[in-house]
Design a protein around this ligand. Sequence first.
Ligand code: ADP
Length: 351
Amino acid sequence: MTEKEIFGWIAGIQHPGREDKTIAELGILQEVSLEGSSVTVTLAFPKRPDALKNYLVGAVKAAIYREAPEGTSVEVKTVVSDPAPAKKTPELGLDQVANVGHIIGVASGKGGVGKSTVAVNLAVALARQGFRVGLADADVYGPSVPMMTGTDGSVPEMVREGEQDLIVPVEKFGVKWMSIGYFASPERALIWRGPMACSALKQMILQVKWGPLDFLLVDLPPGTGDIHISLVNDIPMTGAVIVTTPQAVALADVRKGIDLFQNPAVGRRILGVVENMAWFTPEEHPSEKYFIFGKEGGERMADEFGVPLLARIPLVQSLRESGDSGEPAALGTRPDSLAFLSLASALTEAL
Ligand code: ADP
């Protein structure tokens, strides 16, 4: 554990009373010092009383205890700051996505329906059709893009541009990839929560040097919590693609996912539904289809919501294997590969 690491654990803690700016941005975080296993953090507050002072002291302690090795002691000192304004770090603006044609969320009501598989293969398929494509893996709880694209272990470069440090995406298969998985070990990613997760996600989208793109896909975390509402509000998405499986279409989760985007306050389009694992095809009998989870669930749902059914992707063993081996199925010519190419065409048509 180093002072710099400790700084990194706590700099992003937000002040709920001050537009959710971070304690680093507000100049409250003054100093971190480490001696042996004792950490001392100095927080500076302006003269006027701050009702959330104790909350922030607690949040800093909790964040350090969560990360630090056992036996670490943490003291948080508070001092009165002078009125000089704090050094400002530049806000994350929309500059880096200004030259993106369409930002498209890939969402699902629940985990495990193949949302990341669809997002990765859709990106590859769009690139094969000649589009300039990026994908931001915003699934902080289980970033799977590095593994699915065989880019795990890549460490993105940082470049300084004006006032800002930008992250350079990892390029492979003609797609620019960005994932929180390039920065945090999977175990650590799991403990990102609430505001911390949210600001990390926005960085994965807004602090990346994407350059001009036709499509930026955002692989959203499953569910419909606060993180989603904040992301959908702050990121200028054209709309969303909802991934579901036949047995999940009846679930209220999917409906909630759709409502999240379509509610009038947010007003983003649902571009369509992708029915994943629509049927099972055994590897040795490629012409057979077994509708083990029921038939046409995706179609019914798309009808109900008045949105197109963009594609039906079969459940095939090789698709799982290509996810595990980092060679996306959409690179090939098998029936499941072609399903992703037709998904890409259906999406560009829907737009
Ligand atoms: P999610 O992002 O919704 O959590 P993933 O894309 O990570 O889901 O998929 C979960 C697992 O299911 C992965 O192992 C993936 O390879 C596998 N999988 C997804 N879709 C298919 C499919 N159509 N056929 C076979 N395996 C699939």
